[in-house]
Design a protein around this ligand. Structure first.
Ligand code: HEC
Length: 183
């Protein structure tokens, strides 16, 4: 009887150890897996977190964005639409008029502030109706849009070739008055 009890004890000990080993191996594998996932940069192949802040319902409760800095320049009239259709005038108003002015004469409020508050002096005239700009034609204007110039940003990654062409043609045809019928 005692021998039998001993045997039972041995058996139960043995069978108790085995799940412990399996558990250890399991935990080891899980840690390994987490380490691999954690080291993978940028994206999670396996989503193991509760990414609450990505959820739309959660986003709705986010506090409002920071207020606009005091030095920001408000520029009106605001564009009528946000879609970029084949409208050179619209493209000019959205992308250029804050510096070059509504009529392209280089008197936009952003450039005014750069000059009056920050003491910037343009390296060439920002007046797009001036003789030098008239002389360069619409291809010349497109060239400046592509390259940018000192404080003027390059638009090559912001606008398509077609949008740049339409903007340049609007400047030449309508603001310089080369072909007013096209406006
Ligand atoms: C951040 C202000 C700013 C914006 C936006 C801007 N420009 Fe300019 N642009 C300037 C300034 C300032 C100059 C004069 C060169 C200088 O000092 O940077 C200039 C120069 C130019 C010139 C050359 C003028 C010359 O006398 O040779 C052309 C052409 C031109 N801009 C077209 C455009 C067009 C088209 C857009 C819109 C797609 C645009 N710019 C947007 C500020 C701006």
């Amino acid at each position: 009887m005692t021998k039998m009890l001993e045997n039972v004890k041995k058996l139960s000990l043995g069978s108790r150890r085995r799940p412990a080993k399996t558990l250890l191996m399991g935990v080891g594998l899980l840690i390994g897996l987490l380490a691999v996932i954690g080291c993978a940069q940028g994206s999670y192949p396996l989503d193991i977190f509760y990414e609450m802040h990505y959820q739309k319902s959660f986003k709705a409760h986010e506090p409002p964005r920071l207020s606009v800095p005091q030095s920001a320049v408000g520029w009106f009239p605001a564009p009528k639409a946000t879609s970029f259709t084949d409208d050179g005038q619209h493209l000019f108003q959205v992308n250029c008029s804050m510096c070059h002015g509504q009529n392209g004469q280089g008197d936009g409020p952003v450039l005014q502030r750069m000059m009056n508050v920050y003491g910037y002096t343009p390296v060439v005239t920002p007046d797009l109706t001036s003789d030098p700009v008239k002389a360069m034609g619409s291809l010349g204007v497109e060239g400046f849009m592509t390259s940018g110039l000192v404080v003027m940003p390059s638009f090559s990654k912001l606008m398509t070739d077609e949008e740049m062409r339409l903007t340049a043609e609007y400047i030449v045809n309508c603001l310089q008055g080369v072909n007013p019928q096209a406006c």
